[in-house]
Design a protein around this ligand. Structure first.
Ligand code: KG4
Ligand code: ZN
Length: 340
């Protein structure tokens, strides 16, 4: 292995995906994710089961990542891991493993903020994908977060708007649950929405000041709407599923785009990137493509595998910390709440 190559093994275990990736000078050599199926039957992530599954998965996932990258452990330059935010029991598995491995291999340890990593995923070296220039706006939309962030440099980020209650992914998942769809329902709403009429039904937009969001009222509106309609027609959901999903997606995407418009106006920055699980949604992706044409924005839409939780994004964040020689002490602890 040539000396100038910086090879980083990255580990992500903040929620219900056990993931490992190897990144060499900013280019992803492997990106392995073991999604935990055990939570499906409970309709949401069960923290105790998540940490147990991480314990089971972490060794095989890391083995696979190294094998696929064709990298020997002794050629690793550093170990990067997700310090937070996330579920404490889940974070502890990745944190402890990363520490032990770095100690055993005598290489530096790099701690990464999961939310910063969702944003920095845009800096992965990838053919056909441009990288944003600083400063730009990033909207992180996932099952746990909804934020608009002003990104001035790799690790200089300021949250300028965020949800006051539920995350947008929860609005998707909880709406899906009301429709009787399994967890996580976001991708299913997206799937049915493709064949439905987005203007079939109307859902109210929450009134929230500034650049903040609120989604708790949205799921209640969906619930009341479905209850009222099924009273009139017990088969309302079955007969209208595609239209309901299209209308829910249209409303949620509208809420997100409205706030982005406001953020662009307020900051004067019209480079907009999205990240997090909900950035896989076809509605928001299309809305950003349209925004480039309509308003002259420059938009950055991540590759699908870098939208939902993955270790490649932890790797790129780790790589930039490595370049700055920003290493963690071995006494570093996991943080369930960890601000950008
Ligand atoms: O980033 P992520 O994998 O985990 C968290 O950090 O939360 O995001 C998961 C969330 C879930 O709420 C899931 O329903 C949502 O992302 N999601 C989607 C789509 N794909 C994933 N929501 C809407 N449309 C999609 N295509
Ligand atoms: Zn995430």
């Amino acid at each position: 292995m040539a000396d100038h190559l910086i090879n980083i093994l990255a580990i992500e275990s903040s929620c219900d995906d056990t993931a490992a990736a190897v990144i060499s000078n900013g280019r992803i050599l492997s990106n392995i994710v073991a999604t935990q199926e055990v939570h499906k039957q409970y309709g949401g992530v069960v923290p105790e089961l998540a940490s147990r599954a991480h314990q089971q998965n972490i060794v095989p996932v890391i083995h696979q990542a190294l094998e696929k990258a064709n990298i020997d452990k002794k050629d690793l330059s550093a170990i990067a891991f997700t310090r937070g935010p996330g579920l404490m029991g889940s974070l502890l598995v990745g944190t402890s493993f990363a520490k032990s491995l770095a100690m055993g291999l005598e290489v530096p340890l790099i701690e990464v903020n999961h939310m910063q990593a969702h944003i920095l995923a845009h800096f992965i070296e990838e053919d056909g994908f441009d990288k944003p220039e600083f400063p730009f706006l990033a909207m992180t939309i996932s099952g746990g977060h909804t934020q608009i962030v002003k990104v001035s440099n790799y690790f200089e980020m300021e949250v300028i708007g965020e949800t006051l209650d539920d995350a947008v992914g929860e609005a998707f998942d909880k709406s899906a649950k009301i429709l009787g769809l399994p967890y996580p329902g976001g991708p299913l709403i997206d799937k049915y929405a493709r064949e439905g009429n987005p203007k079939a039904f109307q859902f109210p937009k929450p009134k929230v000041d500034d650049l903040n969001f609120s989604f708790s009222g949205f799921k209640t509106a969906v619930l009341y709407f479905v209850q009222k309609k099924t009273k009139e027609d017990p088969e309302f959901i079955e007969n209208n599923l595609k239209d309901i999903c299209a209308s829910i997606q249209y409303a949620i995407v509208g809420i997100l785009v409205d706030k982005l418009k406001k953020a662009v106006k307020r900051t004067g920055i019209n480079q907009v990137a999205i990240g997090g699980g909900v950035s896989a949604n076809s509605g928001i992706r299309q809305a950003l493509v349209d925004a480039e044409k309509k308003w002259g924005w420059k938009c950055f839409i991540p590759k699908f595998e870098y939208t939902t939780d993955n270790a490649a994004m932890i790797g790129i964040a780790g790589y930039h910390k490595y370049l700055q020689q920003d290493f963690a002490d071995f006494s570093v602890t996991a943080q369930s709440r960890y601000k950008i």
